[in-house]
Ligand binder design. Structure first.
Ligand code: C2E
Ligand code: MG
Ligand code: MG
Length: 731
């Protein structure tokens, strides 16, 4: 752009310089012509004077009156006075052959020749030239005004009485008989005209020279030109000045306005083009900035995206390795975000992401970098912190901020979050490693019950390997039908009658032995195998349950399984295929199934109810259930989580909660089942509290279907033992 400006300026300067140079050249040519014309004009003036003098001096009468009669009056009248009055000659001298002044006419007066003794030199010079041989005299003539010599006369530019003058001298040689005498022996008439204002005005008018004058003071106007008058001896006798015509300057001044307008328009056009180019360049630059911003930021919440997060992470790792302050990466994963998107629509989901981003920013420190690195994944680089406790405290603050309810549109939304933390230290090899560590810690946090934070430790590496192996093995086990179902009795409040069973899945790993469902169910959920697993469990339970026509068969349903759009169809298909009575089927869902998913969960539930299927809310009291949920969903049963049951004897508030849940269930028309009943005291308390049914080791551990068949066939085969020893894991 600078180059274009320079080019345009250069072009303008070239045009101006060319115009000025051309004008100056034209002016110089014009001046040279004027000088030449002035020289010629002076010469012509002399020639004209000479012709005027010849007119009176070359007559036969003149020869007679001057040479023979010496008639001074005649000379005064016919020569002096005539030349003055007809032609304006200022001085006229008639000289005899011996160069004596016969008469000296000063204007129309006759003057004493003696007056002119002081200027005899000037006259003698002219006379000498007149009488010299022609070849010699031709060299001594008018100098700068141009010499002119004829056989009978000469003209000369010279000083007279100290002033510049033109002198014309003519020899009186015409004898009248057709012969002439030698000029050297002839009298002569010399006429002089001072170069005064009149002479100069005449020449000026003739040549169109402005202000032609004689400059004696030497002071000149700035635009005047000097023309020295040089006599034949080469001396300067005067200086003429005039204001030369300047055609170039005139042309310039006449075309200047249009040139100025043209150049102005050109400059304006160039300026406009430059401005446009500058504007375009600025637009492109801002577009580039915007593109870079877009490339580096999340379009939805404006947080830095994965690309800029990775850049910053690499820089942080390098910084730490070079001895800078320690740092940590926190990977934050939202729970149930997908449900919000699926059920409330993407605009609400988008709004939720923005709200989460805001909360993360306001909860984290200003030096931290918060980024969105995936759909519901955020990450944070905490600079200057490596202490595990401090990192966990910070992560818990983030979780609390994220878990607080959101009000978006008319919806109150509750989501959860898990955080995996990996510390960057001098041994950190690269960003992929640190992200893998943070992911492992995140997985652990989710596995430990969600809404938690976990810091990576090296033991997790082997956990991960094991988990991957288990995942592969589980897939094989499902394919090979190696999973088993066990059933745990659900009894009435006296504990004597089995009113139902809960199907619980069991997997005996060929190497690791029994893998608890709390371990393999999340793996199945994360790897997507849960649908197959769930359908297998449901089908198996329906087949086995067919043998127990009077009791309820409860089957656990994973949230991920329940939220599938085809879940109800799958249930309908399986009960139809197996011929199981749907009114004896009870599906147990946990509270997390309902989170963020309210409308579609409600619809699925009503469709299940329409099939006749019963619904139970499992592990009640451990999640987020609100009374609103309970009222809204058509649950038939609440299952009080075993942690409350176990606390009954130790914590008064747990007992109070059990009481409250029982009356709540009654109020909402739901049955209440207590899980994990192990002792006679718990049994007694729950019975007194008005619980409808119970489940726990006190009434039977989970066992094969044959055990249930046997107990149903022979109710007395099982005896409640009061000294039962609680086991930590179902067997
Ligand atoms: P849940 O549905 O609450 O099942 C009850 C759990 O409590 C079972 O653990 C059972 O063995 C255990 N339990 C029963 N009585 C007592 C007792 O008196 N004391 C103690 N300490 N525990 C008792 P289990 O079989 O390990 O299952 C754990 C969880 O795994 C289940 O909790 C359920 O949420 C899940 N699960 C089990 N099978 C399946 C399945 O087929 N599908 C799905 N989605 N989840 C399953
Ligand atoms: Mg259950
Ligand atoms: Mg339970």
């Amino acid at each position: 752009m600078r180059a274009v400006s320079i080019l345009v300026a250069f072009a303008i300067v070239c045009v101006v310089v060319a115009a000025v140079t051309a004008a100056r050249h034209a002016d110089e040519m014009a001046l040279a012509t004027e000088r030449q014309l002035l020289s010629r004009a002076l010469q012509s003036y002399g020639e004209r004077m000479q012709r005027e003098v010849e007119a009176v001096a070359s007559t036969e009468a003149a020869y007679r009156k001057i040479r023979l009669d010496l008639d001074l009056d005649w000379m005064q009248f016919y020569v002096g006075q005539r030349l003055h009055s007809y032609f304006g000659h200022h001085f006229v001298f008639v000289m005899d052959a011996s160069a004596q002044i016969l008469i000296a006419a000063l204007g129309d007066r006759r003057a004493d020749p003696g007056w002119f003794n002081s200027v005899r030199g000037d006259l003698d010079l002219a006379l000498g030239q007149l009488r010299a041989p022609i070849a010699e005299s031709s060299g001594n003539a008018l100098a700068s005004a141009g010499p002119h010599t004829t056989a009978h006369g000469i003209t000369s530019l010279q000083s007279f009485l100290g002033r510049p003058a033109i002198l014309a001298a003519v020899a009186v040689t015409n004898r009248g008989d057709g012969k002439s005498i030698e000029a050297s022996q002839a009298p002569a008439v010399i006429a002089i005209k001072m170069i005064d204002g009149d002479v100069l005005s005449e020449i000026a008018a003739q040549l169109h020279l402005r202000n032609l004058r004689e400059s004696s003071s030497g002071r000149l106007a700035p635009d005047e030109h000097i023309f020295p008058l040089i006599n034949q001896q080469g001396d300067q006798i005067a200086t003429l000045t005039w204001t030369p015509n300047r055609p170039g300057a005139e042309i310039i001044s006449s075309v200047v306005p249009s040139i100025a307008v043209t150049l102005g328009s050109f400059a304006l056009l160039a300026a406009m083009v430059l401005a446009y180019m500058r504007h375009t360049a600025a637009t492109i630059a801002s577009g580039e900035t915007r593109l870079r911003h877009l490339a580096m930021h999340d379009y939805l919440c404006e947080l830095p995206n994965r690309v800029s997060f990775s850049e910053r992470l690499e820089a942080t790792i390098t910084h730490v390795r070079e001895g800078g302050l320690p740092a940590a990466v926190l990977c934050i994963d939202l729970d149930h975000f997908k449900d919000v998107n699926d059920t409330l629509g993407h605009p609400v989901g988008d709004e939720l992401i923005r709200a989460v981003a805001q909360r993360l920013i306001s909860t984290s420190s200003k030096t931290d970098l918060v980024a969105r690195i995936g759909g519901d994944e955020f990450a944070l680089i905490a600079s200057g912190e490596s202490d595990h406790t401090a990192l966990l405290n910070g992560a818990n603050r983030l979780i609390n901020a994220i878990c607080a309810p959101y009000l978006i549109g008319n919806h109150t939304i509750v989501i959860g979050a898990s955080i995996g933390i990996a510390v960057i230290n001098t041994r950190t090899t690269g960003s992929s490693d640190i992200m893998r560590h943070a992911d492992m810690a995140l997985y652990r946090a989710k596995n430990e019950g969600r809404n938690r934070a976990c810091v990576y430790d090296s033991a997790m590496d082997s956990d991960l390997v094991k988990r991957k192996q288990i995942e592969t093995d589980l897939r094989l086990a499902i394919e090979r039908n190696e999973l088993k179902l066990v059933y745990q009795p659900i009894v009435n409040n006296s504990g004597e009658t089995i009113i139902g069973v809960e199907a619980l899945c069991r997997w005996t790993h060929p190497v690791h032995g029994e893998v608890p469902p709390s371990e393999f169910v999340p793996i199945a959920e994360l790897s997507g195998m849960i649908t197959d697993l769930g359908e297998w469990v449901l089908r198996r339970a329906c087949i086995d349950g067919d043998a127990w026509p009077d009791i309820i068969v409860a089957v656990n349903v994973s949230p991920l399984q329940f939220r599938r759009a085809d879940f109800v169809d799958a249930v309908e298909r399986i009960v139809t295929e197996t011929g199981f009575d749907p009114t004896r089927l009870e599906l147990e869902v946990t509270e997390s199934t309902l989170l963020g998913n309210v409308d579609s969960a409600e619809l699925a539930m009503f469709r299940l109810k329409a099939l006749g299927v019963r619904l139970a809310l499992d592990d009640f009291g451990t999640g987020y259930s609100s009374l609103l949920y309970l009222r809204r969903f058509p649950f038939d049963k609440l299952k009080i989580d075993r942690t409350f049951v176990h606390s009954i004897e130790r914590a008064a508030d747990a007992a109070a909660i059990v009481h409250a849940v029982v009356s709540l269930g009654r109020g909402l028309g739901m049955k209440v089942t207590a899980e994990g009943v192990e002792t006679a005291e718990q049994h007694l308390f729950l019975r007194a509290a008005g619980i409808h049914s119970m489940q726990g080791y006190r009434f039977g551990r989970p066992g094969p279907a044959a055990d249930i068949s046997k107990r149903l066939a022979l109710p007395d085969s099982f005896r409640i033992s009061d000294d039962i020893v609680p086991l930590t894991r179902a067997g």
